[in-house]
Design a protein around this ligand. Structure first.
Ligand code: ADP
Ligand code: MN
Ligand code: MN
Ligand code: MN
Length: 338
């Protein structure tokens, strides 16, 4: 019997690329996923008179939605003429950096926050027909009606990630009503981006069944409501052995902090205000246990004298390939003494 392979890729939308997918029926005996194509003129990746783009499979896993032998196939986009990476393909650049600094064995753990919205754009944690829920406080890791909205989606999504074989490491309700988080990792530079993109796709797909829109906007509600980030926990093999290497990495990042912030996702200034557990986007700081710092060194890490650090600045809508590439470049270039 043939089976279904859902080919997933990132489109050419600006300022934030979006996930797209379509289904290929694959013959019974096909195990290595073939390249495929799509109409790039409908995804912001080509003009109508020269529309073909190529899908190059890079990560395949079981499809937990369809079950059975069906698969999810994450792809890089290639230019049809040259078969080189398309300009929208940020994974290819990350692959080069990962290879260059392979000896540092960079690990990443990403905390993907997101907000569930109704079709009219209001958060599901806010009253229907307008107005606001009670102020923030009871929602983070809360339980019970009136505090928690959307848990059915979270339960299904978490199990789907496990069934797909993804390295999901946890979930929690967030500070704003109707906002949630899941974590992927720790994994390498490319693997963490691949798995986060598949996990994001599964979340959007499952939320369809509930008429809920998943928003990765950095600041979905203005005012005294938390934004949505993608805290990026990172370590080199040296950081996993030495506290000095962790501080050295933080200092290296401090020297490049503006370049990094500029690549951490759209509308970052609205989120990194200095309030709501953020550091201002135009200042750099690091500290132990400090959730108001740009980079937090977890309490346990200081105690153990080794481990990892958390860059708290990337937005929920960041591109994980770009974030992991730039952090690897900055931290490993410094570690290599160049
Ligand atoms: P927080 O206290 O900031 O909410 P979380 O528990 O949500 O922290 O996320 C911590 C993340 O750190 C997890 O995704 C985990 O996989 C990741 N992590 C743990 N150890 C390392 C490490 N050595 N290098 C990189 N990431 C790590
Ligand atoms: Mn977290
Ligand atoms: Mn969080
Ligand atoms: Mn965090």
């Amino acid at each position: 019997m043939p089976y279904q392979a859902e080919y997933i890729w990132l489109d050419g939308a600006t300022p934030t690329q979006q996930l797209r997918s379509k289904t290929k029926i694959v013959a019974d005996d096909v195990h290595d996923m073939p390249i495929w194509g799509f109409d790039g003129s409908s995804t912001g990746q080509a003009t109508g008179d020269h529309s073909d783009c190529v899908l190059q499979p890079v990560f395949t896993c079981p499809d937990p939605i369809r079950g059975g032998r069906n698969k999810l196939v994450l792809c890089e986009v290639l230019d049809a003429d040259t078969l080189k990476p398309h300009v929208t393909n940020t994974r290819a650049a990350a692959a080069k950096t990962a290879k260059k600094y392979a000896k540092y064995d960079m690990w990443f753990g990403l905390e993907q926050e997101y907000t569930m919205l109704r079709l009219d754009g209001t958060p599901i944690g806010f009253p229907e027909g307008g107005g606001f829920p009670g102020p923030q406080g009871p929602y983070y890791c809360g339980v019970g009606t009136g505090k928690i909205m959307g848990r059915d989606i979270v339960e299904r999504h978490t199990q789907a990630c496990i069934d797909a074989g993804l390295s999901i490491s946890g979930t929690n309700p967030e500070v704003m009503a109707g906002q949630w988080e899941f974590q992927i990792g720790p994994l390498g530079v490319l693997e963490v981006g691949d798995q986060l993109n598949v996990a994001r796709w599964l979340l959007h797909r499952i939320a369809e069944d509930y008429d809920v829109v998943i928003s990765l906007d950095a600041k979905p509600v203005k005012g005294d409501w938390n934004g949505a980030g993608c805290h990026t926990n990172f370590s080199t093999n040296e950081m996993r052995e030495s506290y000095a290497a962790i501080e050295k990495a933080c200092k290296a990042i401090g020297k490049k902090f503006e370049m990094l912030v500029a690549n951490y996702g759209d509308d970052i200034e609205s989120r990194l205000t200095g309030d709501h557990e953020t550091a201002p986007w135009n200042k750099f700081s690091y500290g132990v246990s400090d959730r108001g710092a740009s980079i937090r060194i977890p309490w346990q890490v200081e105690k153990d004298g080794k481990g990892y650090a958390e860059d708290r600045r990337p937005n929920a809508n960041c591109d994980p390939y770009t974030v992991a590439r730039l952090l690897t470049d900055v931290v490993c270039t410094d570690a290599a003494g160049k």
